[in-house]
Design a protein around this ligand. Structure first.
Ligand code: BES
Ligand code: MN
Ligand code: ZN
Length: 501
């Protein structure tokens, strides 16, 4: 769907549907809702007066003007209480309205900019763009037969003054972000026989071409030279070879601070010899969601032209069983020389991340954030579809991520890096065990990762609980959420702006 800013008045707009809104508790609307209502001889006020429409968030009604105004339909969407409207409320309202327009097969839609009274026009236009495009995401996968026609085809965000460029700027930003989310969702939704490490690398390379990123892809031989024994240990069980994907925005700019984003790219996690149950395995094509989020975020960051040097690292491998697979009690050596006794081959994500976190150090980053579907324990702690856990060695980094979580509504919740967790990782045969047992499983996983970090500001985001959804948020359809793209992109923009305010 194309989105653009257009100058005009909604009541005189010729479209298949126009979208207006109502705050909860308002009986005498103003703005576009008022002018459209007056043009309709009070049809909207009648709906309100009769109690058929209260303006509750998520409520949607459709009216048919029958030629009284040029638009064929009016979609009225509730915004909830005026004092409670947030940017995410705008995203959600836009999503509800555009999904109704899709159901009605409306090709050309025009909308008021929700929340423009209390939210900056640029932010509101961006939120509508994000909410609408993310809501319309429709993964068809390998379904045979003709793809149904996509509706709507065009959305105009109507501004009064044609010289007002704020809406257009917001739309551009929203489109860059939504495109990143789409890439991440596609990767995570694709089956593991298609979305292999090499496939992820190919998608990353194509994206790099489109948005102007530097890309480098390391193969097994190069990982051997780098002595990435932890990553290679996981990868050795699969006939599908691993890849280490490096994306770079503003490569070579030494006047900018550097941030490294690391994403777990396990394209399928069987658990290895510490095999998962059939039930536990059935969602594991999504175990590369962190890597997908980093690829999508790099795309969005490039699209937004953020003034920051950003490196994305995606260690990608399958975790499989075979005659050449790693096994429990193997001792492997990561690229910083730390030796690891494998207790569970199912604790593979931290092994991939270990070598990537070591690699991150070469960029002398001012911040490193990794994101991974790392532990079931994090899901037990925080629940499904509720929040990711965040650990950090630096308060400012954690606070920035919390601010981004608030702005994007991709929730994170702080968890502790207590030194006592180290005890559980002590090994008889190596520097570290790769698991610390059932108790405190999310904390011990984070403390494990910390052994591969030698820079001052590092954060780890465990997104195991939020990689997929049943579709409770209107702009996050069933399946892979694309979680992390918006969080990491917003984080990068805050980190770029830090100190400059
Ligand atoms: N990919 C899983 C974690 C996971 C579980 C992600 C559920 C999404 C949903 C990870 O590799 C894993 O298997 N972790 C183990 C660690 C344990 C062996 C210490 C776990 O959580 O059981
Ligand atoms: Mn695992
Ligand atoms: Zn895993």
């Amino acid at each position: 769907m194309d989105i653009q800013a257009a100058a005009g008045r909604l009541e005189s707009y010729a479209a298949d549907a126009i979208i207006v809104n109502l705050f909860e508790g308002v009986t005498d609307p103003n703005g576009a809702t008022d002018t459209v209502d007056k043009a309709l001889n009070g049809a909207l006020r009648a709906l309100i007066k009769d109690g058929d429409f209260t303006g509750q968030a998520g409520q949607v009604a459709v009216l048919y003007p029958q030629g009284v105004i040029p638009a064929r339909r009016v979609i009225l969407v509730g915004l909830g209480a005026p004092e409670k409207l947030t940017i995410d409320g705008v995203r959600r309202a836009a999503a509800h309205a555009i999904l109704k327009a899709r159901d009605l097969k409306a090709a050309h839609v025009a909308s008021v900019i929700h929340g423009a009274g209390s939210i900056a026009i640029e932010d509101a236009a961006r939120a509508i763009t994000e909410g609408s495009l993310m809501a319309l995401y429709d993964y068809r996968g390998q379904k045979s037969g003709q793809k149904p026609e996509a509706f709507p085809k065009r959305l105009d965000l109507v501004v009064l003054d044609e010289k007002d460029e704020r809406a257009a700027a917001g739309i551009q930003a929203g489109m860059a972000v939504a495109a990143g989310v789409e890439i991440a969702r596609d990767l995570a939704n694709l089956p593991p026989n298609i979305c292999t490490p090499a496939y992820m690398a190919q998608v990353a390379a194509e994206l790099a071409q489109t948005v102007g990123l530097k890309v480098e892809v390391l193969e097994r031989r190069q990982m051997e030279v780098l002595k990435m024994g932890a990553l290679l240990g996981v990868a050795q069980g699969s006939d599908t070879p691993p890849r280490f994907i490096i994306l770079e925005h503003n490569a070579g700019r030494d006047d900018l601070e550097t941030v490294v984003l690391v994403g777990k790219g396990v394209t399928f996690d069987t658990g290895g010899y510490s095999i998962k149950t059939a039930e536990g395995m059935v969602t594991m094509k999504g175990d590369m969601s962190g890597g997908a989020a980093v690829i999508g975020a790099l795309g969005a960051i490039a699209g937004l032209k953020l003034p920051l040097h950003v490196v994305g690292l995606i260690p990608a491998a399958d975790n499989m069983i075979s005659g050449h697979a790693y096994r429990p009690q193997d001792v492997i050596t990561a690229s910083n020389g730390v030796t690891i006794e494998v207790i569970s081959t199912d604790a593979e994500g931290r092994l991939l991340l270990a070598d990537a976190l070591v690699y991150a150090s070469r960029y002398q980053p001012s911040a490193v954030v990794d994101i991974a579907t790392l532990t079931g324990a994090c899901v037990v702690a925080l629940g499904e579809g509720i929040a990711a856990g965040v650990f950090s060695t630096d308060d400012r980094l954690r606070d920035t991520l919390l601010a981004s979580a608030d702005f994007t509504a991709e929730r994170v919740w702080p968890l502790p890096l207590f030194p006592e967790y180290e005890k559980a990782l002590e090994s008889q045969t190596a520097d570290l065990k790769n698991t610390g047992g059932r108790m405190g499983g999310v904390g011990t996983s984070a403390v494990f990762l910390k052994h591969f970090v030698d820079y001052p500001a590092w954060a780890h985001v465990d997104m195991a609980g939020v990689m997929s959804t049943m579709g409770d948020v209107p702009y996050v359809p069933k399946g892979a959420t694309g979680y992390g793209v918006r969080l990491l992109t917003d984080f990068a923009s805050r980190w770029a702006a830090r100190g400059k305010a």
